[in-house]
Design a protein around this ligand. Structure first.
Ligand SMILES: NC(=O)c1ccc[n+]([C@@H]2O[C@H](COP(=O)([O-])OP(=O)(O)OC[C@H]3O[C@@H](n4cnc5c(N)ncnc54)[C@H](O)[C@@H]3O)[C@@H](O)[C@H]2O)c1
Length: 246
């Protein structure tokens, strides 16, 4: 049993990761800037007999992250597992991306990830064991038209993964990256509703396994990365994409 902190845990794949971690016995800190969503995920875990506490936190705000990490330590204990799924997206042609929009994307997706890792990792160093699972995007592998700011932030998360894996491997901490593509979540549904993403049918026809992914597909990869057996697996990008980018 470990203490796990999951950002973006109120929705989509973060929520699935929370549920699967709890089902395997971890105590879960569900972190999300949507406090109601975080509470609802924690309620669902507790209703299944698991242990979970919700924390309303904006990961782009370092003071909020540090306060939340302090509360998690006090209420649950030192953190051994960190999964970062909090993220935002946006579709804008490159020439129309404002400096503010660029900065906001970096603040949440890249700097938010940095804040969480730096705040939590002293617990893992102390324990000589840790599992860090960072969510990026297939757009970090292949680029993303009208998503230059988003893809750039996710490319940064991939570089962060590799660099952290090199620095903290000697301390028993693995750092890996999941790059999802076309996962059926509220974020993906919003992109379809705005006409920014293809319909489920059109997207499925292009994906080799002929369906969209699910939060549980991502959580399954995360459970491997979290396991004791994955101790020789670090600095890697795991593409969970139905075979789309191989
Ligand atoms: N769905 C996909 O197809 C897809 C593909 C590639 C990458 N991703 C990435 O996967 C991650 C999870 O996406 P999802 O599809 O589950 O989306 P989602 O919108 O369903 O969930 C994201 C969660 O993050 C939270 N969040 C956003 N900004 C936050 C902040 N500043 N602080 C705290 N919480 C914040 C939201 O409230 C939400 O609960 C994101 O980083 C996303 O970029 C998704």
């Amino acid at each position: 049993m470990k203490i796990a902190m999951v950002t973006g845990g109120g929705s989509g794949m973060g929520r699935s990761i929370c549920l699967q971690l709890a089902q395997r016995g971890d105590a879960v800190a569900v972190v999300d800037w949507d406090g109601d969503a975080a509470e609802s995920a924690a309620d669902e875990i507790r209703s299944e007999g698991g242990r979970a506490v919700a924390f309303k936190t904006d990961v782009s705000d370092r003071a909020q992250v540090d306060t939340t990490v302090g509360k998690i330590r006090a209420e649950l204990g030192p953190i051994g597992v960190l999964a970062t799924s909090a993220g935002i997206t946006d579709f804008t042609p490159f020439l129309e991306i404002t400096t503010e929009a660029w900065q906001k994307m970096m603040d949440v997706n890249l700097t938010g990830t940095f804040h969480c890792v730096q705040s939590v990792i002293p617990d893992m160093i102390e324990a000589g064991w840790g599992r860090i699972i960072l969510i990026s995007s297939s757009s970090a592998q292949r680029g993303g038209p009208r998503m230059v700011h988003y893809a750039s932030s996710k490319g940064g998360v991939f570089a962060l993964t590799k660099s952290l894996a090199l620095e903290f491997g000697p301390q028993g901490i693995t750092v890996n990256n999941i790059a999802p593509s076309s996962i059926e979540t509220p974020m993906h549904a919003a992109g379809r509703a705005e006409g920014r993403l293809s319909s489920v049918e059109e997207a499925s026809a292009r994906i080799p396994v002929r369906r969209l992914g699910t939060g549980d597909d991502i959580a399954a990869a995360a459970m491997f990365l979290r396991s004791d057996e994955a101790s020789y697996f670090t600095g890697q990008l795991m593409g969970v994409n139905g075979g789309s980018y191989i």
